[in-house]
Design a binder for this molecule. Sequence first.
Ligand SMILES: [Zn+2]
Length: 467
Amino acid sequence: MKRYSTQTNDGPRVTFWGAAQSVTGSMHLVEAAGRRILLDCGLVHGKKDEARKRNASFPFAPLSIDAVVLSHAHIDHCGNLPNLVRQGFDGPIYCTPATRDLLAVVLGDSARVKGHAAVAVGATHGNGAASGPPPRLYTRSDADRAVLQCVAVPYEMPHEIAAGIQLRFLDAGHILGSAMAELTVTQSGKVSRILFTGDLGRRGLPFLREPSDVPSSDLLICESTYGGRFHEGMEQTAVKMSEVVRRTLARGGKVLIPAFSLGRTQIVVHYLRCWMRDGLLPQTPIYVDSPLAADIAEVYERYSDVVETAEGPGTPDVTYVRTAEDSKALSESSDPCIVVASGGMCDTGRILTYLRQYIDDPRATIVLVSYQATHSLGAKLLEKGPTVRFHGHVWNKWAEVVELKGFSGHADQKDFMALLGASAGKTRQVRLVHGEPEQAAALAKSLREHGFTDVKAPHLKDTAEVA
Ligand SMILES: [Zn+2]
């Protein structure tokens, strides 16, 4: 194993190289016991030029990294792994078995669909004039190599990843396979613990297992996406969804739900089926239009021991739409139905076909179930204005637009306090990542009130030293 060290003190040090004061590009470098361990290696989304630059080159030599510890298979946490491999990283990528299986699907798709333009996610917010297509970030073979470098470590099984560094994964309850990573470091005769939450899930959402309590540590690197928010409960969401479906069907329209293919799509489909099974929603054909979501559904099925099933008398089937022809046929059919289509913020994905077809159809309803970033088409749909502009047209926006916030897969402030509460007074430093500044500030305030003393939201390139 390679040995590189630029440490100045006797304890481990962490440098925050992504998702600092923001929510994408999760990546933190741990230097401990003479090793360099990378926590996550996600893609940065956002302003085109900045994202392209940050995704294309790493702020450290990829060859100098001894190992990667991956929290989960969302693209903003894993999406730049093939590029790390392309640039020379050949060490192990530690993740849970389910994350490894999801990675094979997700990175393959990323290389195919977005590989050449993954850095241009902000296509609708960009302002720089493009001079030809951006260079390909990575290829399918880079993605395949990254998957081959995965070493699966089950939850709760301590695993020595280097002399003096032990890794333990704990269930984060956010998506299938999602994990918190605990590193126990023995260095200069001292033992210290670093705990990285990755993305934390919600309590009381039985689709997946509950997130584990967050154990105490010397340094807690904690996400803060919804650190200042309180989610709507599932019962309330069921009532609202039922009203939406009933009135849309009554006027002969389609219910269109844009959703990210990994995580949100599975939660939405699961609850729609449960509610139809239980008579809360009228029986309605459900389609999922996303080849990626179809592949992901197969992985979820393999892990039926940890994923709740909706099966029972009256549970409707779901039709997965893979081919472009079937997608076109469905978008052109006039039958009332529910379509969950890829593209959570409406900027990319198959939802665009439906929006072009139905945005001016007063019978249709668009149900937004994801976070809508400023400037995204989803955010524009939610604006009060009578029209919306996209794809070079001004549309009348006669379709109904509804926002339902109850399907979130992230912890809210109440969840954070419940999951972290027991470690108050024992955890020495908390560094809040993966959150916009106001969300991180709200969570920091609440944590301090609950007895955490050293709480900060680092900026890009900031470091934290474990004494
Ligand atoms: Zn996530």
